[in-house]
Ligand binder design. Structure first.
Ligand SMILES: Cc1cc2nc3c(=O)[nH]c(=O)nc-3n(C[C@H](O)[C@H](O)[C@H](O)COP(=O)(O)O)c2cc1C
Length: 344
């Protein structure tokens, strides 16, 4: 069993609708930290529901990946984790105790568990007893703004055999707004006997390295700052080792955008995709889903405003590819001027 502290310290956060196998494959060309799947409901896994296993799609050669699941029932979570471990491609199981989306909270799962740290402990204990791979918890510092609950959560996580605690430094009722409280994350780290992974508000490789050094966490997890920037994690690793970030140009950007779109199309072609009882064409589905990545890949480029207006009309992969190539051909400033501005 690989200890999570032996994994490179810059991790790709779980993001529903984003961190599918296609995104992870492209990012894996660069970063070596732990990457997360999209969130999947434990009951769906146990029922062997096809959409649940699509969300967990993972190959043995894209290690290390954590399978990220939610649920409120310890037995169901344990059974789901066992089925996931049997697939042989997950380096860890991560329990979602931080998602504030109503659909999840109303079932007593996700962020609802912040209000019940003892139940977090019960879930972790059941899951750790069921699998041999490390089990981590991803949560927030509290539910209601200003009411810190992370110390209580830490106690239960430590007592239940978890291999690590990922802390998003915002309260659940903040969703993704406001600043993450990294000082509080550092305080938790000082008191913790398990590895602590800090998360929230990291937009550049420099900030990731700075957070690692300043707050003493075992790893830094990046979410929105990684969308459209597959180099952020590897650049942070490079800076950590005092090496120089390699020069890149628009050809590198073009290459990753094409690779990502091709990987997403391949993923869609593997599964039968239904929307409102209609079989959706894989090419169209990939093009539509790719828009949220494309916006970030091309953010800040010249003629951005023009392009943005055209995003909603893109409905085939060829249209996406043609647009990317046209946009890149129109750039006059060197990439080196643009890239450091990302996230600032
Ligand atoms: C689109 C999107 C989807 C997300 N989905 C999940 C999820 O499924 N599970 C989870 O624990 N966190 C989820 N998050 C939260 C992120 O993992 C992360 O904790 C949060 O965005 C803070 O990090 P950041 O400031 O670097 O974005 C999601 C965030 C975004 C923006």
């Amino acid at each position: 069993m690989q200890k999570i502290t032996s994994i490179a310290p810059f991790w790709l956060a779980p993001m529903a609708g984003y961190t599918d196998q296609a995104m992870r494959k492209v990012f894996r060309r660069f970063g070596t930290g732990l990457f997360y799947t999209e969130v999947t409901v434990a009951q769906g896994i146990i029922r062997n529901a096809v959409p649940s296993w699509h969300l967990l799609a993972c190959d043995r050669d894209e290690q290390p990946v954590a399978g990220h699941i939610y649920g409120a029932d310890p037995a169901a979570m344990a059974a789901a984790a066992q089925m996931m471990e049997a697939k042989g491609c997950f380096a860890a199981i991560d329990i979602n105790c931080g998602c504030p989306v109503r659909k999840i909270v109303s079932k007593g799962a996700g962020a609802a568990l912040i209000r019940d740290p003892m139940q977090i402990g019960a879930i972790v204990e059941a899951v750790t007893s069921a699998v041999t791979i490390p089990v981590t918890v991803k949560t927030r510092i509290g539910y209601d703004f200003g009411k810190v609950q992370i110390m209580e959560i830490l106690k239960h996580v430590e007592n239940s055999g978890a291999a690590g605690l990922v802390i998003h430094g915002r309260y659940a009722d903040q969703h993704h707004k406001g600043n993450a409280d990294w000082n509080l994350i550092a305080t938790v780290k000082e008191r913790a006997s398990v590895p602590i992974i800090g998360n929230g508000g990291i937009k550049t490789a420099e900030q990731a390295v700075d957070a690692l050094h300043t707050y003493g966490v075992d790893a830094v997890m990046v979410a929105r700052g990684a969308v459209g920037n597959p180099w952020i994690l590897s650049d942070a690793e490079t800076l950590l080792h005092n090496d120089v970030i390699p020069d890149r140009d628009y050809a590198d950007l073009r290459e990753v955008v094409h690779l990502h779109l091709d990987a997403l199309l391949a993923l869609k072609q593997k599964g039968r995709l239904w929307r409102r009882r209609t079989l959706v064409d894989a090419d169209r589905a990939a093009a539509l889903q790719f828009r949220c990545h494309l916006i970030q890949y091309l953010a800040g480029l010249e003629h951005w405003a023009d392009m943005r207006r055209r995003f909603s009309t893109l409905s085939s992969c060829d249209e996406v590819r043609a647009m990317v190539d046209t946009v890149i051909a129109r750039q006059t400033r060197p990439w080196s001027e643009l890239y450091p501005l990302r996230g600032s």
